[in-house]
Design a binder for this molecule. Structure first.
Ligand SMILES: Nc1ncnc2c1ncn2[C@@H]1O[C@H](COP(=O)(O)OP(=O)(O)OP(=O)(O)O)[C@@H](O)[C@H]1O
Length: 947
């Protein structure tokens, strides 16, 4: 029908115009003395029939000329819009003829004869006959007006019917619809249709908007090559049996703790260590019998006391602590355990003084002592506090169900005034650091707060701020997620399809029709930035023809850019995306609830898709991201919303960040958040070092994973939790680079190698990359990088070539900027159009300010970033020939003893070996009990002299 109507109006319009032109020429040309005999003959023949003048002159044809032009205009303006208005064309012809009759009558030409005879019948005078003609003209005018109105009414009705059908389809597709423009009857019909639809079974339901078909998920784990690993004992050997009877070492003498009021959680290892160190310091208890003294002394000689940490560490790697503490000559050196030093320092600070007599504990009233023994059964009971009632505080043997813990407080009670947590200062530092004394002690845990245990750093066991012990929590360390209130909510236009949108749909169809492309509008989806008109091409219409008309559509709809999805994947329809007159801003705040629904390991907010559905990705599944777009397209805002997603939902215990910002100004604002593993890096060389660290950490993690047969970091962390292994959970590490192109140009190939190695293998161990670049050229996003980073985000770019480099197809050049993006998931190669979530600079500042007050950062060892070039003035070279591991270890130990601390990069320089090898040496030293655990950004402590 559309086709017939369109063709008729086109032919009719052009024909009218053509005739009008010919007539005009015939009338005008004689004025310029141009005479053609055939033309003059034709006009003279025509004039008596349609000319207004009694004389057969061409000027009498002018009204006819006007009529033809009027028809041409009508035909073109009615075309495709108001089919009922075509009836006006014959009415105008009738009106013309009536006026012609009047003219002929007044000139008494007697033409046209039949009609004149009729009008002058029965002796009618000129007066009455002309009156009849005038009345006929008035009637025709009335008819013209009436038909115009009827045409309008019919058109409106037809349009409403179409709109209603569209709304019905949208309702069936589950979209939100605006019913305000519907009549009462239509609303009733919609309601009853809705009811009917609800009754339908799922199979019967008509689905208009189908989900995209997704290809099967790729399994990346298959690609992982597990490196050669050292021996790590099987899982079972690491867990302590819940059935195990209480061993002597589980019996804690509270008096061994500290001679001051003490609160909080203490692990069995910690208590044991304190006990041992006190013994090491005091050697004997004064009130012990002489024989006991001897026994204690001989015991001490037999086994060089190891610190609790070393004991646990040796147990963890499956080695017998006793074997490592074989009779050794009593230590005479200066090295001291961390705890002993801590106690000493505390004394120096005058926080408490050691009593002369055996340590006695004053337990404040009431006191809470919580004991964790690493056994699952006791772990559960950890929550049952050992509460000493006031009257019991002087003596106690406390039993928890069948387990007995003897607590022997003795005690004249110096009551403490301090209600908060209090512990001696220590040189040992909490693992995850970042929590300093400037965090006020928290007496109650707020809902939603997160306890941070101190064993969560990246392989670290001590913080750099000197605020607490690695083994004893001196207080409750808390990361509070920023409150939603600091974010802004932006006003919305909503996804309602209004009359204007419907009209644009009609116009779109009409435009295509003008190019003889017959389509049917099947659905309209209004997204935050663009509206997608889904059209169904008629049989025989080539999809490419529609694509090639993109510019014409943009012109006719006065649209900035038109993107055509031809065909919509999985459907026999074509999508035409036309920018909305008013765009919605998707505030980060409104995305927060969707992050909670999507419980991934690292949920990150992207924005909303065309259907207005929030899109939150899980970086663990992503697993690396490549972001590209020209300047001002919204990359930085996107990167900000990703980082803030972490700050809002993940503690530093769960996710750590490495931020690289060669532009200096973009990410610098994040300096201060406790999630950082290193201050924001701006130097390309440091970036390489950071990648070295990631590669090293990746290898280390693979060894850990293989040790307990875990396939990935999530499995590892679950096993650790389930089995109560004496190990720390591994946090995810996200590396964000804001201007990747810049780095590629400075450190090029080297960076490419590291990035591709990380991208290929680091997913399983929880190290993820987010690379953003302004210049998506092939020398920046190389084939190697592309093949290893399947998840891409393209913001607006300047050319199709750029778009192809990023997402392997065109389309990004048609984006509108300001957060308009195409997201290609690793599991779904079809780009999804998303309007990115928006975070203003002020909001980011607020979030960072809040997160930064949660503590100070705990950075990785500074030595990672030291320049590897050996300075000739530096310490002499201790290069070791060949691959002699023992000689190397011996040399390394010498250096460590010399410096009384161990740093991988220092060893690297002195021994002229690679970083990984040096780091492994330090780890081995830790296993052998010579050096302490990682010490934040400082070198590790020497805790035992080699024999
Ligand atoms: N999701 C969004 N919603 C609304 N506006 C946005 C969004 N993202 C970006 N914008 C607007 O676009 C501007 C430029 O964004 P942004 O700074 O992120 O661009 P860029 O791609 O990082 O540019 P450059 O590479 O030059 O730094 C912003 O100031 C903001 O006004």
């Amino acid at each position: 029908m559309n086709k017939g109507k369109g063709r008729f109006s086109l032919v009719f319009g052009f024909l009218s115009l053509f005739l009008a032109m010919v007539l005009s020429l015939g009338i005008v040309l004689p004025l310029f003395s141009v005479k053609a005999s055939f033309l003059t003959g034709f006009l003279q023949w025509l004039a008596p029939y349609i000319g207004f003048s009694a004389l057969a002159n061409p000027f009498g044809l002018i009204p006819f000329c006007f009529l033809l032009i009027l028809w041409a205009c009508m035909a073109f303006s009615f075309r495709g819009r108001k089919p009922f208005s075509f009836v006006l064309i014959p009415v105008t012809a009738l009106m013309y003829f009536t006026v012609y009759l009047l003219a002929q009558m007044l000139q008494q030409t007697g033409r046209p004869k039949v009609i004149m005879d009729f009008l002058f019948a029965n002796g009618a005078t000129l007066h009455t006959a002309s009156l009849k003609v005038v009345l006929a003209f008035l009637f025709e005018t009335g008819l013209f007006v009436a038909l115009t109105l009827i045409g309008d009414i019919l058109d409106r009705h037809y349009r409403k019917k179409k709109a209603f059908a569209l709304k019905l389809k949208q309702m069936q597709a589950g979209q939100k619809i605006d019913t305000s423009s519907l009549s009462r009857g239509e609303k009733r019909r919609l309601a009853s249709e809705k009811k009917r639809q609800e009754k339908l079974t799922e199979d019967e339901a008509i689905v208009v908007l189908k989900q995209k078909q997704k290809p099967e998920e790729k399994d990346f784990s298959g690609k992982m090559e597990f490196p050669q690993v050292m021996e790590v004992p099987p899982l079972n050997s690491l867990a302590r049996s819940p059935e195990r009877a209480v061993a002597n070492k589980d019996i804690i003498d509270v008096e061994e703790l500290a001679p001051t009021p003490s609160y909080g959680l203490a692990s069995i290892g910690a208590l044991q260590t304190i006990k041992e160190e006190h013994m090491r310091e005091r050697k004997v208890e004064k009130d012990e019998t002489r024989t006991e003294k001897k026994k204690a002394k001989s015991d001490e000689r037999k086994h060089e006391p190891l610190s609790g940490f070393l004991q646990a560490a040796l147990e963890v790697i499956g080695k017998n602590p006793a074997a490592h503490s074989e009779p050794v000559p009593k230590r005479t050196g200066k090295a001291k355990g961390m705890l002993a030093r801590a106690v000493e320092e505390t004394e120096d600070h005058g926080l408490f003084s050691r009593p002369e007599t055996p340590a006695s504990v004053t337990i404040a009233n009431p006191v809470e002592v919580k004991v964790s023994m690493g056994s699952p059964s006791l772990e559960r009971r950890e929550k049952e506090s050992l509460q000493l009632p006031a009257e019991e505080s002087g003596k106690a043997t406390i039993s928890i169900r069948d387990q007995v813990i003897s607590v022997r407080p003795s005690f004249d009670e110096p009551k403490t005034e301090r209600p908060e947590f209090f512990a001696p200062l220590s040189t040992a530092k909490p693992i995850n650091g970042g929590f300093s004394d400037d965090v006020p002690p928290i007496s109650e845990v707020l809902e939603g707060d997160l306890d941070i245990d101190t064993a969560s750093g990246v392989g670290g066991l001590a913080s750099s701020n000197g605020s607490g012990s690695a083994l004893i929590n001196k207080g409750r360390l808390i990361y509070r997620f920023p409150p939603e209130e600091i974010l802004v909510r932006y006003p919305k236009t909503g996804n309602v399809i209004d009359t204007e949108t419907l009209e644009r749909g009609d116009k779109l169809v009409a435009t295509l029709m003008e190019f003889n492309v017959r389509v049917e509008l099947v659905s309209i989806v209004r997204g935050p930035t663009v509206t997608m008109f889904e059209i169904l091409p008629a049989p025989g219409v080539r999809v490419n023809t529609i694509v090639s008309l993109a510019d014409n559509i943009a012109l006719s709809l006065a649209a900035l850019q038109v993107r055509i999805v031809a065909p919509i994947p999985g459907r026999s329809a074509v999508g035409i995306e036309i920018p909305n007159r008013k765009r919605d801003i998707i505030g980060f705040k409104e995305m927060l609830p969707s992050m909670d629904q999507k419980r991934g390991n690292i949920p990150m907010v992207l924005g909303k898709n065309l259907l207005g559905e929030p899109i939150v990705i899980d970086v663990e599944k992503a697993p690396h991201l490549l972001i590209a777009g020209s300047t001002g397209s919204g990359k930085s805002v996107c990167v900000n919303s990703m980082i803030c997603s972490i700050l809002f939902r993940k503690s530093p215990k769960e996710v750590r960040l490495i931020l690289v910002d060669p532009k200096i100004v973009e990410l610098n604002i994040y300096n201060g958040i406790p999630h950082l593993l290193t201050p924001v890096i701006t130097d390309p060389k440091k970036t390489l070092k950071a990648f070295d660290f990631c590669l090293y950490e990746m290898d280390r993690r693979y060894r850990l994973l293989q040790g307990i047969n875990a396939r990935n970091i999530t499995g590892y962390n679950e096993k650790i939790e389930e089995s109560h292994l004496a190990r720390e959970k591994l946090p995810f590490i996200v590396v964000v680079i804001d201007e990747f192109a810049d780095l590629m140009h400075t450190v090029g190939k080297e960076l490419e190698n590291k990035v591709s190695r990380l991208a290929a293998m680091s997913r399983a161990v929880g190290i993820h990359l987010i690379l953003a670049t302004q210049r998506p050229s092939v020398d920046v996003i190389t084939g190697v990088i592309k093949s290893n980073i399947p998840t891409r985000i393209a913001f607006a770019v300047t050319s199709t070539t750029d778009s192809r480099i990023i997402i392997d197809e065109g389309g990004a050049e048609k984006l509108l900027g300001k957060g308009d993006m195409l997201y290609v998931a690793s599991t779904d190669p079809i780009p999804m159009r998303i309007q990115g979530a928006y975070l203003s600079d002020n909001e980011v500042e607020e979030v960072v300010r809040f997160a930064s007050t949660q503590g100070v950062q705990d950075f990785i060892d500074d030595s990672f970033f030291e320049d590897e070039n050996v300075d000739s003035s530096d310490a002499s070279s201790d290069e070791v020939e060949g691959n002699d591991d023992d000689a190397l270890m011996e040399k390394a130990l010498q250096i460590v003893v010399e410096r009384r601390c161990a740093s991988a990069s220092y060893l690297q320089r002195r021994l002229k070996i690679g970083y990984n090898r040096a780091a492994r040496l330090v780890e081995q030293m830790e296993e052998m009990g010579y050096v302490g655990p990682p010490n934040g950004s400082k070198p590790r402590e020497l805790i035992k002299y080699p024999s």
